[in-house]
Design a protein. Sequence first.
Lengths: 308, 161
Amino acid sequence: MVAIILSLTLLVLDHRYHHLQQLRSALAFVTYPLHYLADLPFTASRWFSETTSSRKTLFAQNTTLREQNLRLRAELQKYQSLQAENMRLRDLVDSSFKVGDRVLVAELSSVDLDPYKQQVVIKKGAISGVFEGQPVLDAHAVMGQVTSVTPLSSTVLLITDTSHALPVQVLRNGLRTIALGTGHIDELKLPYLPTNSDIVEGDLLVTSGLGGKFPPGYPVATVTRIDRSPDAPFSNIIAEPSAHLDRSREVLLVWTIPSQLPATAGGIEQQQVGAEAATATAAGDPDGAAQTDAPTPATTQVAPEPQT
Amino acid sequence: MSGGGQGRLVIVVTLCLAMLLIILPMPEWARPFRPPWVTLVLLYWAIALPHRVGVASGFAAGIVLDVLTGTLLGQHALGLSVVAFIAIQLHQRIRVFPFWQQSLGILVLLVVEHLLGIWITGATRGVAPALEYWAGPLIGALLWPWMFVTLRKIRRQFKVT
């Protein structure tokens, strides 16, 4: 009886309020060895296949990567000049804008979590400066956000989870809305768009940055199906996430570094969100982003523990 | 009481192994068929040694499982406490059943636990899991005789009383 009451209390506390995060993190640190053990055979087999792969395969892989690198560098040159131009123009209209993002690559841990919830474990934690609410990307698009952090690992809630909502906008015309998770790994829904809104199949959705958690402008999903019924106030829109949610092995953790331009009313929210990242930069790199407008190079410095 | 300490160790190790099996990655199609290992192990110990493994152990194992699988704190704790309680109430009857009858009893307990979990996910997140997830308790019940024999062997080997 006591146990039932205790579990119900815990359930309500955990669901309604978020006081238990510390308890959960502490316990998660204790259960980390189990996660590690479950992941071990897969890490070991990957290591084994890597160390025993033939010289020829490695050569071939190296050539492809070199080519890819060259192509990406060429594209980056274009991008950098565009970025500089963009910054200059934004400076002219006096609007605040992110200067650059610091990223860190993290590996997924091969463990299965609750089957009804879309989440994954990554092998980077508070020691690497990961904080709660941090955006997580893969090579293609937004994946989700960090929901709980332990010193060595953290849990990421994917954008397709039913409890996840993401502010997005249509890249083509800037139409803003919110993308909700459906619980299916390949579906997002956009329930808040009126029937007459300008959206078509194939539209790319990008983050709008309005929620303050995600940096603006990252791709999220492609609209795949639109059901407009004349008697319903809202259309029924389904989009497919561009990130390889069920296939990625590596993810990118992002710290947004806000610009030091004078904050306008619209920029305040952005500034606050980036505050943690800003302190991280200021601490590790005294004359970094503070003075220059150039993007801070991605470093792997250890950020101070964001949880207080 | 050195025997007691060792016994506790054996129980904890078997529970940890069960938890390992719960989070071990499986292909997407096989995930609904994963049996509730922790519940099975806990039920065995509750039936075999009701004076040592009970509602409190169920609760503790449940909390660890909640943290491990990222569910709401208390979801597994509630389910495991309830089935541990029922198992302790019925342990003398379940012990004398033949295997197939035991499996049926275990099936009922596993279904109760699964149902509690579904209620909690339904109430807090508004989604009912797919129907094929009911295969878990069923497979768990089918596995029970082997589970029982294996754990009994372990219990006798290490003289856990």
